[in-house]
Design a protein around this ligand. Sequence first.
Ligand code: EPU
Length: 429
Amino acid sequence: MDRIRIRGGHRLNGEIPISGAKNATLPLMIAALLTEDTLVLENVPRLADVTMLARILGNHGVDMTIRGKRRGKPNGEGDTIHLCAETIADTTAPYELVSRMRASFWVLGPLLARCGEARVSMPGGCAIGTRPVDLHLVGLEALGAEIEVESGYVVARTPNGLKGAHIEFPKVSVGATHHVLMAAVLAEGETVIENAAREPEVGDLAACLGAMGARIDGIGTSRLVINSVARLDGTTHPVLPDRIEAGTYAMAVAMTGGDVVLRGARPDLLEALFPVMEQAGVDMTATNDGIRVARNGGRLDPVTVETSPYPGFPTDLQAQLMALMTMADGTSKITETIFENRFMHVQELVRLGAEIALDGDTATITGVDRLAGAQVMATDLRASVSLVIAGLAATGETVINRVYHLDRGFERIEDKLGRCGADIERLTG
Ligand code: EPU
């Protein structure tokens, strides 16, 4: 298994290109199931999750070809992928595949809309919490699906086709919004989704579905109104830039000091991060082609932050912010309100010398003068990258094990940071 070795203490200077968003790419790829025509996605990041989903979609009969720049080419743009689900070969998504990537559960709705039946393994729990799928199932049932759970599989049928409905989610769910939206675009009549997730990745999916011929109003708001169309066509859609990758590198620069332009980052998608960084004493400014992050000298100031659905502070940046605050001059408080168990990074940050106390959903971080490198590992993508951020500032050597978690969501991380002056290396095997 690959590991990442970091020798800390180097400032970051230069430019980091921001890739297409993982969490937009996954639902966009699944949307290919909704049409017999070819869906072309541009700016697709090269990530293990994309490869895994391609395998899962291939199992359903989706043909995929990739046209991209050569792997490892500096500052390369993402891949362009062509997905064509001319015929659906199989409406079953087996446990072996769904259990490796939760988002693949979202094939259920599109398969139902397209074929009138589907059998998809329940995704099960994961490291960051129980992550149930009740909202997904309630939404699909409202659209007329008959659903049973048999031997760990959701078995769904639509004997009379999907029908428009009024759905109000009791809680904001990104996945349930993606999922029900994809099913509703082909449902007969009007569907209204209230309390829909407003995450930019939902907007990106809705925009792509719109370009495929779907009729969706209220994009970017918590009330989506969908009117049926008989079929969807192919289109070409560029994936929006990854706001979480951009926020992560912003925190890496804040941690080490330096001056970096995050090329291609969209400041409007990170509005919750700007005031937090300002309070901490980091300069973050919007530029013509991205975001510039700079910090010179002095320790950071502590912050108090609570995660919440978009446009609030993202749970996907919580671990990285915690790493940053381990070296602040004072006591920070970070409350996680989205996932009940998203604190796996705490123990590992403590191994590097951080002082963190957990009380329920709140972590209290007392800033220390220095972190010291150690062997660490994490069982979740964002937790793993928080250890990279800490390692960049720790004295000595930090080795991060189980790098495959990082490869799920960060493209060429060692290359992007290395080009800005970090001493970071992948140890293979
Ligand atoms: N929830 C339910 N019932 C449901 C669905 C969700 O109770 O049927 C709960 C969850 O347990 C959680 C909350 O609702 O407490 C929010 O979960 P949500 O459904 O919004 O999360 P998700 O769709 O499973 C996506 C991202 C996550 C990101 C969350 C929150 C993708 C592929 N995943 O997950 O990203 O943290 O939204 O923004 O888009 C990551 O990229 O590292 C990652 C975990």
